[in-house]
Design a protein around this ligand. Structure first.
Ligand code: F6R
Length: 607
């Protein structure tokens, strides 16, 4: 999605803006632009395509301005083009604006402004903001932005500079992240923390309805009524190294390999000898007896983790659990009430639909728990309770290590909430396996790399593939198929293996790759029968199982991958690793842009 950066200080703004935009590239974009003020003159350059195109242009121009804004755009209104790229400007070219999000009432505003004589230069919703500010500007940029934003509907973060106020950046946040970075005698602005990391760890996270004025000496933050707010400066503990590839050809491969470490990061503190210590759950545990239903709400990969979370929570707590895609949740009028627990799962903590679901749940007086990776994100701050999954900065658009730690987090929550339901022995056994899981993930990475690559060699030549499984393996199959689709562009479908014969079996043709997940002991024989049905129709079955079931599957599949033995409960954590690797290598063999797949963005802040 779009990215915003801003700088005001003693240095040349352009290299800082470009470096900031580089750090936001992973979010996905199709054009980029900057605006600086130099000798009281607004200068603006923007280009369709990757940042390199803009950089090449700027090399020749050598702008010296020490205040500026930068933006990477992910098209929503109007195709990717130089004209539609941000920053946008007013009629006179005196002020520039960058914007993330969507202005829902832009058409009505545009009509009004056109009737008043404003000329528009792009197809974007953003441009109306520039003209609205121009309309309201009477020498005070803060006041003009306040007035303009009061007319806007939608979710947005904006930043504005004007050559008439060359010592000021004005920024406003409504439902789209915006962060102020505090340096020595200089101030930064960004929509996402990585853009600030090269310069400062000290940040102020703006809340909805807050306006920030950054000037050469200081900053001020105002609420909607124009009152000055005292906001806490937070210290970010991510380090810049996380934003480097560390010798791996792609972030995705690096992040796959980080999984044992991030599992340790999450599990070490809560796993005690005699149980799980999870103070993050707060009073949910006291309230647990009253909970009549749990809802898990998320999007994409996070949603897939929720499907596994459901199975675990229902087993341990005996409370019915529903899993919803966040984009569907509030529109189906779910039966959420004060005895519901609604769990929102999100790597970024900013996904618009998941955030809307959280707000819906809060309106209905449900208790809410965020399972989130980004500290300080909106879901992190707005949920009643938050469990941080501690996967560190995830840069590749395709989520790997965050999914892994979402699964581990669900194990922690399920085991903690289920403590009363388990006998000591069963709990001790599960804790033992959970404690082992980081080392087992390490083993998996080593043993699975080669066979995953071989499996990818087979799959890469096909336009379609299937992933099948039963129980937890079906939920994992959904994630396997999504990963393959999004980075290798091979169409992949996941099916509950027993469901194939009700229609989809018609698509099984000679040689078609079918990844069959067989990690669950109680479903082993059922899966073998389903595999036989597929092979009888010519399907090429790539089986994935635990070491202990290898002998049963030999001869039943065309190609076999196996993960180290673990509890069936935890098998998805290890099973996801070969699925990630197969997708990675298939995408690599097909020369796909692995870290930034076409049309996708890392953090989806529009509905
Ligand atoms: C796929 C992927 C997406 C995200 C989804 C939700 O690899 O990463 O499907 O899982 O967009 O994002 P978050 O977790 O940030 O809410």
């Amino acid at each position: 999605m779009c990215g915003i950066v801003g700088y005001i200080g003693p240095k040349g703004a352009v290299p800082i803006l470009l470096e900031g935009l580089r750090k936001l590239e992973y979010r996905g974009y199709d054009s980029a632009g900057i605006a600086v003020i130099e000798e009281q003159k607004l200068l603006l350059r923007k280009s369709e395509g990757k940042l390199g195109v803009l950089e090449e242009r700027l090399k020749e121009e050598k702008f010296l301005g020490d205040i500026g804004l930068g933006h990477t755009r992910w098209a929503t209104h109007g195709k990717p083009s130089n004209e539609n790229a941000h920053p946008h400007h007013d009629c006179k070219g005196k002020l520039a604006i960058v914007h993330n999000g969507i202005i829902e009432n832009f058409q009505a505003i545009k009509k009004m402004l056109e009737d008043e004589g404003h000329s528009f230069f792009s197809e974007t919703d953003t441009e109306v903001i520039a003209h609205l500010i121009e309309k309201f500007y009477q020498g005070n940029l803060v006041k003009a932005v306040q007035k303009a934003t009061s007319k806007l509907e939608g979710s947005y973060a904006i930043a504005v500079i004007s050559q008439d106020n060359p010592d000021q950046i004005v920024a406003f946040r409504q439902d789209s992240p915006l962060i102020l970075g505090i340096g020595e005698q200089e101030l930064y602005l960004a929509s996402d923390i990585p853009a600030l990391l090269p310069y400062t760890r000290k940040v102020i996270i703006l809340d909805d309805g807050e306006l920030a004025e950054l000037n050469r000496k200081n900053y001020q933050i105002f609420d909607l009524q124009g009152n000055i707010l005292e906001k806490e400066i937070e210290e970010i503990d991510w380090d810049l190294e996380m934003a480097e590839k560390k010798g791996f050809p792609h972030y995705m491969l690096k992040e796959i390999h980080e999984q044992p470490d991030v599992l340790r990061q999450l599990l070490t503190t809560p796993l005690k000898d005699d149980g799980i210590d999870l103070p993050e759950l707060g009073s949910i545990l006291d309230f647990q007896k009253k909970i009549d239903r749990i809802f898990i709400v998320a999007c994409g990969t996070a949603y897939h983790s929720g499907l596994i979370g459901k199975a675990l929570l229902e087993k341990t707590t005996k409370i019915p659990v529903e899993v919803d895609m966040a984009s569907e949740f509030r529109y189906r009028s779910p039966l959420v009430g004060e005895n519901s627990l609604v769990i929102l799962v999100s790597q970024s903590g900013e996904t618009a639909d998941t955030l809307a679901a959280l707000r819906y749940a809060r309106e209905k007086k449900a208790k809410t728990l965020g399972i989130v990776n980004v500290q300080g994100s909106t879901i992190f701050r707005e949920a009643d309770y938050t469990l941080l999954i501690k996967a560190g900065l995830e840069i590749a658009v395709a989520s790997t290590k965050a999914y892994m730690n979402m699964l581990a987090a669900f194990n922690l929550v399920a085991l903690k909430m289920g403590e009363g339901e388990f006998n000591g022995e069963k709990l001790a056994e599960l804790l033992h396996f959970l404690r082992e899981i980081p080392a087992q993930a390490e083993k998996t990475l080593h043993k699975i790399e080669r066979p995953s690559r071989q499996a990818a060699e087979y799959i890469k030549n096909w336009d379609n593939a299937f992933f099948v499984g039963r129980g937890l393996d079906y939920s994992l199959a959904l994630e396997g198929a999504l990963k393959l689709k999004e980075i290798s562009y091979i169409h992949a479908e996941a099916y509950a293996a027993g469901e194939l014969k009700h229609g989809t079996l018609a698509l099984i043709e000679e040689g078609i790759p079918v990844v069959a997940l067989v990690t669950q002991e109680d479903l082993l024989e059922k899966m073998v029968s389903n595999i036989q049905e597929i092979r009888a129709r010519g399907g090429y079955v790539l089986g994935l199982t635990q070491d202990k079931f290898v002998s049963r599957l030999e001869g039943e599949v065309d190609f076999l991958l196996s993960i180290p033995n673990t509890s069936d409960f935890l098998a998805p954590l290890l099973g996801t690793i070969p699925l990630q690797m197969i997708s990675y290598y298939a995408a690599d063999l097909r020369d796909c842009p692995i870290d930034q797949p076409r049309n996708l963005a890392k953090s989806v802040t529009v509905e």
